[in-house]
Design a protein around this ligand. Sequence first.
Ligand code: ADP
Length: 318
Amino acid sequence: MKKIGILTSGGDAPGMNAAIRAVVRTALVNNIEVVGIHKGYLGLHEGEIFPMDRSSVSDIIQKGGTILKTARFPEFAQPEVREKAAQVLKIYGIEGLVVIGGDGSFRGAKGLAELGIKTIGIPGTIDNDLGYTDRTIGFDTAQNTVIDAINKIRDTSSSHQRVSVVEVMGRDCGDLALYAGLAGGATTILVPEKKFTKEEIIKTVMDGKRQKKHHNLVVIAEGVGNSDEIAKEIEEISGIETRLTVLGHIQRGGAPSAYDRILASRMGHRAVELLMEGKSARVIGTVKGEIVDYDIHEALTIKRPFNEKLYQIAMDLV
Ligand code: ADP
């Protein structure tokens, strides 16, 4: 392997820069040339490719976002668009490609691997929605961002004895709501994986009122939908003032946590090792603390298991 490319794609996540740094520096110490590709598959298709050296990744390990920029480029699902991208890679002499992103980005990488480009995927998404890996890069930082916001909301809502409803990211996967909900001391956690009734939510709020709790914290994953309606109903039925806070994009930003930086460094390092071993169509993950790799086709079929035990713990500790 003489030359590899790297891109970030889909939603950005804190720690992507640490992964880019690890890929670039691991390649360079092994005398492999590295090029960066701007704006994900869009930039690849348009040939936005530039050489990277050691200093291109200086001073980025602590930064959120991605220095390579990212983009949504739905056209990449079309075979002729991927063929052009593969052509671009061949023209530039890029033999291996590291893709940092979520499941959509991995589908793009799978398409390129089928066209003979050696591709390796690194999971970068705050949603933790990839089933084959215990953790994705960015999830830990996002949890801490949510907890920090919850702490602040808790201060003001307990002063006013309000119910706080906090909507966090997570369309199909409720991990961010579950983990941050437990760590933030939520009284109710609503996730797409778990059915609930309006009566159950109201009961918890009313129980809290009876127990003279100073505040009541309901954490909702965005995929559940209707946070606004849920907040209004809680207020109407319980008679307690209820405020909704939608955390939104602050959850994507910020300096990556130590965990995410280390995970990203390990995964980036492993990605280059795999390319040097001649591997392709693999994605990197972490299982029980170890760095592992999976076939990309298989990885994409593994549904994220919901952590029932953690949910139970969170509910028992209310
Ligand atoms: P994420 O990677 O975070 O899941 P997206 O689902 O938006 O984010 O996917 C990122 C990009 O990956 C898309 O904009 C597109 O360029 C590419 N992509 C997504 N799905 C496919 C697919 N089925 N085939 C090829 N490329 C895809």
